[in-house]
Design a protein around this ligand. Structure first.
Ligand code: SF4
Length: 370
């Protein structure tokens, strides 16, 4: 299985917590940027002609901020340059304040069959604190436009003054308006973002409080029929994200656009984060890669374990042994012994027990030491 990712780095404004590669003041370059992305695809066409791709994910930034015709041309360019399966999962990220009936119609027509909506919170005050440009009402309008379609809603926990009831309300609104998938993830106050000062001032919930919010959210999601399949991802039966599952199973992927990365044949390539540099490279007929790393066997094993233990399906031990040789249970015997209270081995899979999944990092680290 292999996936395609395209990064659209434009946004209406910068959210207070955002440290993604996104440019709120450069939308005027959208047309040239998209032309460069189509060109970048053509530059990698030959190298990837033996691949069949199962998914295309258009993320950002805010892809829904650019003209919908560019998105349609993007999907067409992906199909023209690569073998993208007929029934491929094609996702676009949407900000509720930037959507219209016309856009949704064009997206559907060009083959997009999954939407990921940045709701974050159903409390308008919290949206303002985050610097989001939309309101709850705009989310509801957006969800109505997506009625009957497969869409995800992002829900953020760990916000200033956020209560368990706020988290539950956000989940309930997303579910009531038709979300089939909910990503519930914790705010990470990154140094250099405006929200970092709230963190330094002690205005954000601490680790234990965030874990409690997560537990309450998790319970409500389960009651509403959303099954957890990765620490932050919950879906109604049959609506798991194929694109993200490919990442967690350590499948191959190719990324296009500024800041995008690819991992093909265990070589990870990272594109420049600088928009001007990206334009310069692509327009002169070169890729915009700034870093290339060959992942050795040890690195591959570590990634495989780290990613698999984030998921509810866990690590398939036979598959691991077949891929890397050796005997997992023996080779990682010390880590298994040390973490035995938190993990389970059942039907050939090693998993972190349900109730410890949110604090998986401290458990995974034991396996990285062998
Ligand atoms: S919409 Fe997303 S990418 Fe854009 S500024 Fe906000 S968090 Fe960053």
């Amino acid at each position: 299985m292999a996936g395609i990712y395209v990064h659209i780095p434009f946004c209406k404004s910068k959210c207070r917590y955002c440290d993604f590669t996104s440019f709120p003041d450069k939308l005027c370059f959208a047309e040239s940027y998209m032309a460069c992305v189509y060109r970048e695809m053509a530059l990698r066409q030959k190298e990837l002609e033996s691949y069949t791709f199962d998914t295309l994910y258009i993320g950002g930034g805010t892809p829904s901020v650019v003209d919908e015709s560019y998105i349609a041309m993007l999907v067409a360019a992906a199909r023209k340059n690569f073998k993208l399966k007929e029934d491929a999962e094609i996702t676009i990220e949407i900000n509720p304040g930037t959507i219209s009936a016309g856009k949704v119609e064009m997206y559907s027509k060009c083959g997009i069959n999954r939407y990921s909506v940045g709701l974050q919170s159903a409390i308008d005050g919290q949206l303002r604190e985050l610097g989001r440009t939309h309101t709850l009402n705009q989310f509801i309008t957006c969800a109505k436009l997506l009625k009957g379609k497969n869409f995800n809603a992002d829900v953020m926990i760990g916000l200033k003054d956020q209560t368990a009831d706020d988290v539950k309300k956000t989940i309930e609104v997303a579910a009531a308006f038709g979300a089939k998938h909910i990503s519930m993830y914790a705010l990470t106050p990154e140094d250099g973002t405006p929200i970092y000062s709230d963190y330094l001032n002690g205005e954000l919930p601490d680790g234990d409080e965030v874990a409690a919010l997560y537990d309450e959210g998790y319970k409500r999601l389960e009651e509403l029929g959303f099954l957890r399949y990765e620490v932050s991802n919950f879906a109604k039966k049959g609506f798991q994200s194929r694109h993200n599952l490919n990442y967690w199973r350590r499948g191959e992927y190719i990324g296009f656009g500024v800041a995008a990365s690819s991992c093909i044949n265990n070589v990870r390539l990272t594109n420049t984060f600088d928009l001007d540099e990206y334009f310069k490279c692509i327009l002169s007929g070169h890729l915009a890669v700034i870093d290339s790393e060959k992942i050795d066997k040890e690195g591959q094993k570590e990634e495989k374990i780290m990613l698999a233990l984030r998921t509810a399906e866990g690590l398939n031990i036979d598959e691991f042994n077949a891929e890397f040789g050796g005997d997992f249970l023996k080779d990682y015997g010390a880590a298994i012994k040390k973490t035995c209270e938190y993990i389970e081995i059942f039907e050939g899979r090693l998993k972190i027990k349900d109730r410890y999944l949110f604090v998986q990092n401290s458990i995974i680290v034991e396996f990285l030491r062998g």
